[in-house]
Write a protein that binds this ligand. Structure first.
Ligand code: HEM
Length: 542
């Protein structure tokens, strides 16, 4: 290709002066443009080359001795892979080393895979804190307690423990059973509408779990339609909170729909909190949901403080076990939304696998039914907490489901202060993300022999119960799941009630055991189920 100088020289022919002048002036214009553009391009190219080199060097610097790709795809890293996350890719990462890394855009991400390394991260609150995608602050509100850290977090959390005690759990049972009854009937109708043919049930089960959560959290302060609306909208919130999403809100994108949904949930829960405050002021009002319990504890604290202010000598035993301040309707709403946020995807995932795994193993289901009938012979009677507590085998099935298919496979944490990990001879840089994973710990053959076999017996006659260190289903350390007992109990209730009154058929497809990741994990074929009333026979074309 001709150089700019050659182009210039070739234009030097003899022409009339005026023309020459005109041509030469226009030529010099072109020339200066070419020169100018060349300059711009070479500057741009140089800047780009420096940026690529900087990005790469930065990656090497942060990577240190960690396992990871030797080179980073400039700037984006494996971004395209994370848009459609594949379980096999995550698995590859976990098995590649105790600590491995990737860099996506400017974010350096460290993945810890083994039990001990993951425990180390969970238990190092001085160096790490839970982290969420940027947009979560907009959806859940920046002042939400889930974003608190250190002492402030510990203190706030103490005030919530009373909502998950045994007594509290007992009071939530009647509403939960009502929701199950309603939804199981609707599953029958859905099956009939398809003439008994199996259909994807992952989404109806999500809605069921959302409805159960809403009833547990806000009782009957919300109408059935209101619950249904939240169940529908919640999907947008999950989509907006995926790990890879725009950090800002652009109209008509997932984050925009997610924000709209969260605004509506906040308003709806605030209205419920106001109603709970009115009802719980009434004499003899008994708490029926989480909001009632919380508000009741606030009122008890308020009364105690008033008595003290009047100079009364209040006996120690009349002092509330936890003194709470009065929270505003908005604050209550935000906290209850955090429960929904933390529970919705995990319980939906657990419930999907629970129904799939038990449907595929009739011998397991038969034992669940036998136990249920023995402990609660009158199947029309209300299920009591003592009944559920006695269901040792059903509990084992739930725990094995959570081990075999842990809903939460990774928990993102942020490194808030350079975090030295002597075992790996590595220091995680401040500002990086570190993600303890749960899968390898829960599939550790030393703790759970033949870990890829679904075997509830390991929780009864085996040693699974003794493997506390490996049981990372609900995390560990200061942020471990506050709702874990509630979650397990609720799944026992679901399995017991469903198996007592209904049959369900699962159409096994080549994708049934494959894992789809959408915040948590789901069967890749979306769980093809059909339902019938127990004893009436399945209508399905099986
Ligand atoms: C099968 C169901 C569930 C699973 C597998 C699950 C799992 C988890 C995990 C892995 C964590 C992170 C723990 C850590 O960082 O150490 C967590 C945190 C949390 N979970 Fe759950 N969860 C479930 C159900 C629930 C339910 C039903 C609720 C509420 C009613 C709930 C409320 C929370 C909250 C509030 C946190 C954050 C706690 C904190 O930061 O102090 N979860 N959960």
């Amino acid at each position: 290709m001709a150089s700019p100088m050659e182009v210039y020289n070739a234009s030097q022919t003899s022409l009339p002066d005026t023309m020459h002048a005109t041509i030469s002036s226009s030529q010099s214009g072109i020339m200066s443009k070419v020169l100018e553009n060349t300059g711009v391009w070479s500057v741009l190219f140089t800047v780009l080359a420096i940026a690529v080199a900087y990005d790469q060097i930065q990656y090497w610097r942060q990577k240190g001795n960690l396992v990871g790709d030797p080179f980073k795809i400039p700037f984006i890293g494996p971004f395209l892979e994370s848009v459609d996350p594949k379980f096999s890719k995550y698995y590859e990462k976990w098995t590649s080393g105790e600590l491995s890394c990737v860099s996506v855009f400017h974010k350096f991400v460290i993945i810890s895979s083994t039990r001990d390394m993951s425990r180390k991260v969970f238990n190092s609150p001085t160096y790490v804190k839970p982290c969420v995608v940027d947009v979560a602050h907009k959806l859940l509100r920046a002042e939400n307690w889930v974003f608190m850290d250190g002492k402030e977090h510990v203190e706030y959390r103490k005030g919530l423990n009373g909502l998950f005690t045994r007594q509290a759990m007992e009071s939530y049972l009647p509403s939960q059973q009502q929701v199950y009854n309603e939804y199981f009937e609707s599953f029958l109708r859905m099956t009939k509408a398809k003439s008994g043919a199996p259909q994807p049930f992952v989404y109806p089960l999500r809605e069921l779990m959302c409805a159960v959560s809403c009833r547990t959290f806000v009782g009957h302060y919300m109408s059935r339609e209101g619950v249904k609306k939240i169940a529908d909208d919640y999907y947008y919130m999950t989509a907006a909170l995926e790990l890879v999403n725009f950090p800002f809100i652009i109209p008509y994108t997932k984050t925009w729909y997610g924000k709209k949904a969260s605004d509506q949930v906040i308003v709806a829960f605030s209205a419920c909190a106001a109603k709970a405050k009115i009802r719980m002021r009434q004499k003899g009002a008994e708490p029926e949901c989480i909001m009632d319990r919380w508000v009741q504890q606030m009122f008890e604290s308020e009364r105690y403080r008033e008595r003290i202010a009047k100079g009364e000598q209040v006996p120690q035993e009349e002092k509330p076990s936890m003194l709470l301040r009065m929270f505003s309707d908005y604050e209550i709403s935000m906290t209850v939304m955090s429960f929904l946020f933390a529970s919705q995807d995990a319980t939906s995932s657990a419930c999907s696998w629970l129904l799939q795994l038990t449907a595929d193993r009739p011998e397991v289901l038969a034992k669940v039914r036998e136990e249920g009938a023995r402990i609660r012979p009158d199947s029309k009677a209300e299920v009591k907490l003592e009944d559920l507590e006695q269901m040792e085998y059903t509990r084992a099935v739930v725990k094995e489901t959570l081990r075999y298919r842990p809903p939460v496979i990774m928990v993102p944490y942020l490194v808030k202060k350079a975090f030295h990990i002597p075992e790996a001879n590595y220091t995680a840089p401040k500002g990086s993300m570190i993600i303890p994973s749960t899968w390898l710990s829960l599939h550790d053959p030393e703790a759970y022999p033949e870990p890829d076999t679904f075997d509830p017996e390991r929780w009864i006659s085996g040693t699974a119960e003794d493997q506390g260190k490996n049981w990372l289903v609900f995390g560990t350390g200061p942020h471990y799941c506050i709702g874990q007992n509630y979650a397990v109990l609720n799944l026992i209730l679901l399995l017991h009630k469903l198996s007592t009154d209904f049959d369900w058929h699962h159409e096994i497809t080549p994708l049934s055991e494959e894992i789809r990741i959408f915040a948590t994990i789901f069967p890749k074929d979306d769980l093809q189920l059909s339902f019938s009333r127990r004893g009436e026979g399945l209508v399905a074309a099986q």
